[in-house]
Design a protein around this ligand. Structure first.
Ligand SMILES: [Zn+2]
Length: 431
């Protein structure tokens, strides 16, 4: 979602000039501490360094009353402007280990009577600036912003994500002594969450189909914009449970939640199926799954679902055929032939202790892009980067790889372990 700003804010962002001539926005001084550029910041400790750099800043920022300036009438009364020091971790640095990220230092001045939108625009402007020439303005949602105001020697980092946070910031800043009216922002820029867009698309498709209640779909549409992946998934599971609550007496059907197939047969929606379905819904691909249509996954396939009666697959195929979805109507073949160097292949197939990333007793979970997978299972950006370097794009392809291959790809033991753990959580038991 592109941020919408008023004309003034756009001017601050330097958006129009940026297209042709990159002239600096009026309110933003040039980066003032080039010396610090190449060094990772030590977060709060930095605050102390900054005191000694005040004079340097003052040279570049004549509007800020810094010690040297003669006291005037302007210096009386509450402060109206603060200096904002930023530690920006650009998105390009986020995939590196924390200790190796290069943090960009920027500053700008901010009048305390300016609105929240202006603050956001200023932050985005700085993030865009450190991102290099062709950097586009990221949505504010991609920036994790913390702020600290150093007062009475104690510094705590608070979140700066909404208007209420912004008010806290202003309240704190207003109490700062003159000449020390500084706040410190810590900005981590993330990749845009493509999942959110996808889920939104799914939701609007669902609404268009008219199958879902207007209020519910509106609520989940809003939710998909703000909730992290895990919460969106829980929300989908909740919706599925509500939708597929089994009303049959327990003597007839022992399951609490069932997907009812044509002909009245019940497919129990156990934890794994709900999990799998919800994960698929996260992708927002209505071809693959909707709240009405389970994903084309082995869990919904008779060959893997021992609890099912034999004619259910047939039912499902009929159902899919009826929905005119030829691409997904084919039978699912779960036998996989690992594609890897032949030595590893032999090792993997001969040994009981498989070194497949996906253990032999597990089946792949729902298909999704690696980016989403890493986000969902909170894997380090470094892991994602290495996998992407080797052209892995979809998580389901990981099942063909082995631990030695991962190590060859440059993953450290800890990263391999983290990936194994994530794959274990993502995959589902064979029986
Ligand atoms: Zn049932």
């Amino acid at each position: 979602m592109a941020p919408v700003f008023d004309a003034k804010t756009l001017r601050i962002l330097g958006l129009e000039p940026l297209e042709t001539s990159p002239s600096p926005p009026p309110l933003s001084p040039q980066p003032s501490r080039k010396a610090n550029y190449a060094q990772p910041s030590d977060s709060e400790d930095d605050m102390d360094d900054k005191a000694s750099e005040d004079e340097e800043i003052a040279d570049l920022a004549p509007t800020q009353g810094k010690g040297k300036r003669k006291r005037t009438a302007d210096d009386e009364g509450p402060i109206t402007e603060i200096e904002v020091l930023l530690d920006i971790t650009p998105v390009t640095e986020m995939s590196k280990p924390k200790t190796k990220r290069r943090i960009k230092k920027m500053t700008f001045h901010f009048a305390l009577d300016e609105p929240w939108d202006t603050m956001k625009a200023q932050i985005l402007s700085q993030v865009t600036k450190v991102g290099g020439e062709n950097k586009k303005v990221p949505p504010f949602e991609c920036c994790d912003v913390l702020f600290s105001v150093k007062d009475s020697g104690k510094t705590t980092k608070l979140s700066l994500t909404n208007e209420a946070d912004f008010k806290t910031l202003k309240d704190r800043a207003a109490k700062l002594p003159r000449g020390k009216a500084q706040i410190h922002l810590f900005v981590d820029e993330h990749e845009e969450d493509k999942q959110a867009d996808g889920a939104e698309k799914e939701n609007s498709n669902g609404a268009k189909g008219g199958k879902r209640s207007g209020a519910g779909s509106k609520a989940s549409k809003q939710a998909s914009k703000v909730l992290p992946v895990n919460e969106r998934k829980s929300e989908f599971i909740k919706q599925l449970k509500e939708k597929y609550y089994c009303r049959l007496a327990s003597s007839v059907c022992s399951s609490t939640h069932c997907f009812e197939l044509t002909g009245g047969k019940h497919l129990p929606l156990n934890f794994n199926r709900l999990e799998c379905w919800a994960t698929s819904l996260l992708k927002g691909d209505s071809e693959e799954s909707t709240l009405e249509k389970p994903p084309n996954h082995s869990l919904f396939d008779i060959n893997q679902a021992s609890t099912l009666k034999p004619d259910i697959l047939e039912e499902r195929q009929k159902m899919l055929a009826a929905k005119n979805a030829p691409a997904v109507a084919q039978p699912i073949i779960n036998v996989h032939i690992p594609q890897m160097p032949s030595a590893s292949l032999q090792q993997a197939t001969n040994s009981g202790n498989s070194d497949q990333l996906l253990p032999p007793d597990r089946l792949p979970g729902a298909s999704m892009p690696l980016v989403a997978f890493c986000q969902q299972y909170e894997l380090d950006g470094d892991i994602l980067k290495k996998l992407e370097e080797h052209k892995f794009r979809q998580v389901e392809h990981l099942r063909f790889t082995t631990l030695p291959v991962l190590e060859k790809m440059g993953l450290h033991f800890g990263e391999v372990a983290a990936l194994q753990h994530a794959v274990e959580n993502w995959s589902v038991p064979r029986t």
